[in-house]
Write a protein that binds this ligand. Structure first.
Ligand SMILES: [Zn+2]
Ligand SMILES: [Zn+2]
Length: 165
């Protein structure tokens, strides 16, 4: 969706509420499609003393396999977006400024970019997920497997498995 912001730019102390959702279910993230539900943006664009700003929350549900045990898990994330909008064509987009040529904002592009660059680095079914046994593959959240294990840093488990074979 393209939003025409001309009215906002020329009117001091004006505001435009934002509420929109975009389907990003085709985004492939390490072989999964974690954004099954539309990604929402809720907030507003305001002009205060000729300074035009966008303040909004982007809300998305990330539905993918747990990094440790592989169980499919959905978690909702909220991104705070706080940007100044500039009509100048000289500047480039940055973390804090979005340029809007012709005072038109491409909301789809904003949603896409912000979401894709802020997908979670870590995705766990639970903060205390015990992962899977590196010997037998049992999901240890469901109980101990009885394998004899040396005390080992879980990050080294994959390496230990290689050495065992
Ligand atoms: Zn897990
Ligand atoms: Zn085991």
């Amino acid at each position: 969706m393209i939003i025409d912001l001309k009215h906002i730019f020329v009117t001091d102390n004006s505001a435009l509420p934002l509420k929109y959702a975009l389907d990003l279910s085709s985004i492939d993230y390490m072989g999964e499609y974690p954004l099954k539900k539309p990604v929402e943006i809720v907030g507003e664009i305001t002009n205060k003393a000729s300074l035009v700003r966008l303040e909004a929350d982007i809300i998305f549900e990330f539905d993918a396999s747990c990094d440790r045990c592989g169980t499919r898990t959905a978690r909702t994330h909220t991104l705070k977006v706080s940007k100044s909008l500039a009509t100048s064509i000289e500047g480039e987009d940055s973390d804090t400024i979005i340029t809007v040529p012709n005072m038109k904002l491409d909301l789809d592009e904003l949603l896409y970019t912000e979401t894709v660059t802020n997908l979670p680095m870590k995705h766990l079914c639970d903060e205390n997920c015990k992962g899977i046994c590196y010997k037998c593959g049992k999901n240890l959240n469901e109980g101990e497997c009885g394998c004899v294990k040396k005390e080992i840093d879980p990050r080294l488990a994959a390496l230990a498995e290689l050495l065992d074979n």
